[in-house]
Structures are given as structure tokens and as C-alpha cells.
Ligand binder design. Structure first.
Ligand code: DOR
Ligand code: ZN
Length: 350
């Protein structure tokens, strides 16, 4: 039985991991985050990647143009990252930090979408990592070993992270989109400077939802959804209230035709439905007390950002998640969700 009344007000959440893409995609997908998130950490795996000041400035201008097209109340604050590439020098990192980047993203070569240019080991980018540590930048890691069998890739990568942490004890490090019970334990037992993001889809679904009865390419992502025991470990981690875990949607839209084809792109377009779906999930798990810390406090504290001052209200006002938004199929498309984000200005739905 739900303990909730019909309205639920919370500080506006932050999303510490999202792909907004570029050009028309960016304009369309920014709407998925609109009015639902205070700050959004933007991933740099665009083509070409955001890996120098020139590209970061160009991307910032593009994002700002997209945000200007949104109503005032729907705008969010973008936070910028850069992709860590072999050959990067200290001076490159210093310039990116001066340009306002808050984090660098490490994609192992070949691990996911647009990651062919990534390093093959942390050793290859040691100069960049040492500089990030000295400057207080955050290191975000796509923690998968692309050589391992697909369901074991995340756990297979943990020994490399362990070595990295031993070598860089002051480098604030985030293992992104945790999917595996073993990595949950790794983060829990890791040092203070290690944290992790968790997505809505890894909290809501398992591999059976993706390929159990029929194949749903819209739930195919990297790291792939795992088993019920893994999902339980993720849920327990967020319900524990541990400050090491915070929300990152990993909203990764691809046009429908790139998902419904014979070499489906990986990524879940999660942002339009993630927050309402999580409110229902936390309520069902009797864990609503953990929702606000997970979605609004722990990430900001880890990144050294002030708490958001805006609030957001959800109402028990069921809505059907559209089957297509901006050319992409959102998470829970066609399903009725119980909670809906409303704004002071009236009912708002992305
Ligand atoms: O499934 C994924 N899609 N995982 C990632 O790490 C990247 C993302 C994308 O950019 O499409
Ligand atoms: Zn991602």
C-alpha cells in the first residue's frame, strides 16, 4: 500500500550522466530532460568527440541554443565533460578545466557507442589522469572490459579500477551505470574517493525484460541488463542511503531505425520517464526516504556542487509514455505511469 498522498514535492533532481547528442538530436532530446532535472552532466562521446577546448566551447554553444528554445521553467543547467584520449597532455587537461569541464570520461577502446578511439589501458593516459587528480576534476569511467563475455564485462574491469585507485588516491572516481552485484560490493568497500551512478533502467529491469519473452531492442544498452540478484543489489545500495551511490540516467537516445534493425545501437532513452518510474519504484519498495538523497543530494555532494534550490512536484495523474519522442522510443513507451511531473505553471509532460 502506497504511503504517498496524491502530490509529491522534492528538490529538483540532478542527472549525473546523460547523452544529449548533437544537432537536431540535441534539440529534440533536451526536451526529455526539460523541467525534470536541475543539472545534467553531458557525456562527450559525440562525433567528433568533445576532447579539446574548441569542441567543448562549440558544444556549449549548441547546448545553450537548445536550452533557449525551452520555456524558462524547463531549462536545466548543463555540466560539461571531455573524453580522455591517448596522447592527451597536462596542458590539454588544464585548458579543459579552465573552460569549465567538471569531469573527464574514460571509455575503454571499443566498449560502447563511439568508443573506438578510447585508450586500451589507464597507463596510456597516465599524464591526463595525474593532471585531473591534481586539479580536482572527476574521472567518470565506463567500466567494462570489451574483451570479456558480454555479461561479465563489468566485473572483469574491476581489477583495473582497483589498480587505478591505488595509484591515484585523491582522484574522485565514478564508476558509471553500475549493473552487477559484484561491482556494487566493490564500490561499497572502496575508498572514499570512489562513487557510482545507477540508472533507472538497471533498477527497474533485468535481462529477461530485454530478451526473455521477445526481444526489446529499446532496453538494449551497455552495460547490458543483468539478473534479478544484480538488480536486488543495486536496489539495496540505493535504499541503504550510502552517499556513494547517486542517480545518472545514462539516457542514450538513438533514432528508432537505429534500434529496430539488425545491428541495434546500444542505449536506453530513459530521461522522459525515469523520474516518474523511480518514484513508483521507491514507493513500492517502501524506500521513498532514500529517493531524495539518491536523486538530489549525493551526486551534488560528490561533485562539490551546492544543493539545488528549485523544487519539483509530481502528481498522481497517470499518463501514457509516448511511443516516440523526437524520433526515439523512450523507456516504458506505451506504458501507463502513475506519477507525472507537474510544474507551477500547470501540467507539464516532456
Ligand atoms: O548503451 C549505451 N549507450 N551505453 C553507453 O555507454 C553509451 C551509450 C550511447 O552513447 O549510446
Ligand atoms: Zn552513457
Amino acid at each position: 500500500m502506497s504511503r504517498m498522498k496524491d502530490r509529491y514535492t522534492m528538490p529538483i533532481p540532478d542527472d549525473f550522466h546523460a547523452h544529449l547528442r548533437q544537432s537536431e538530436g540535441l534539440i529534440a532530446y533536451a526536451k526529455g530532460h526539460a523541467g525534470q532535472f536541475g543539472r545534467v552532466l553531458l557525456m562527450p562521446n559525440t562525433l567528433p568527440p568533445i576532447s579539446d577546448v574548441h569542441r567543448l566551447e562549440a558544444y556549449r554553444a549548441e547546448v545553450e541554443r537548445a536550452l533557449e528554445a525551452l520555456p524558462d521553467y524547463a531549462r536545466f543547467e548543463p555540466l560539461f565533460t571531455f573524453k580522455i584520449l591517448p596522447g592527451m597532455k597536462s596542458a590539454d587537461i588544464e585548458a579543459l578545466a579552465r573552460a569549465g569541464a567538471v569531469a573527464g570520461k574514460y571509455y575503454p577502446s571499443g566498449a560502447t557507442t563511439n568508443a573506438a578511439d578510447g585508450p586500451r589501458s589507464f597507463d596510456e593516459v597516465e599524464e591526463a589522469l595525474s593532471t585531473m587528480e591534481a586539479l580536482g576534476l572527476v574521472l567518470c569511467i565506463h567500466g567494462e572490459d570489451p574483451e570479456a563475455p558480454v555479461l561479465e564485462r563489468e566485473r572483469a574491469f574491476l581489477p583495473s579500477v582497483e589498480k587505478l585507485l591505488a595509484r591515484h588516491p585523491r582522484l574522485r572516481t565514478v564508476l558509471e551505470h553500475l549493473s552487477d552485484a559484484q561491482s556494487v560490493r566493490f564500490v561499497e568497500h572502496g575508498p572514499e574517493n570512489l562513487a557510482a551512478t545507477i540508472t533507472a533502467h538497471h533498477l527497474l529491469f533485468t535481462i529477461d525484460d530485454m530478451i526473455g519473452e521477445s526481444m526489446n531492442p529499446h532496453l538494449y544498452c551497455k552495460p547490458v541488463l543483468k539478473f534479478a540478484a544484480d538488480r536486488e543489489a543495486l536496489r539495496a545500495a540505493v535504499l541503504s542511503g550510502s552517499k556513494k551511490f547517486f542517480f545518472g540516467s545514462d539516457s542514450a537516445p538513438h533514432p528508432r531505425e537505429k534500434k529496430e534493425c539488425d545491428a541495434s545501437a546500444s542505449g536506453v532513452y530513459a530521461s522522459p520517464s525515469a523520474l516518474p518510474a523511480l518514484v513508483s519504484l521507491f514507493d513500492a519498495l517502501e524506500g521513498l526516504d532514500s529517493l531524495i538523497p539518491f536523486m538530489t543530494e549525493h551526486g551534488a555532494a560528490f561533485y562539490g556542487l551546492p544543493p539545488n534550490t528549485r523544487t519539483l512536484t509530481l502528481a498522481r495523474n497517470s499518463w501514457e509514455v509516448p511511443k516516440l519522442l523526437g524520433g526515439a522510443v523512450p523507456m516504458c513507451a506505451g506504458q501507463w505511469l502513475e506519477w507525472r511531473v507537474v510544474q507551477n505553471e500547470g501540467t507539464f509532460m516532456p
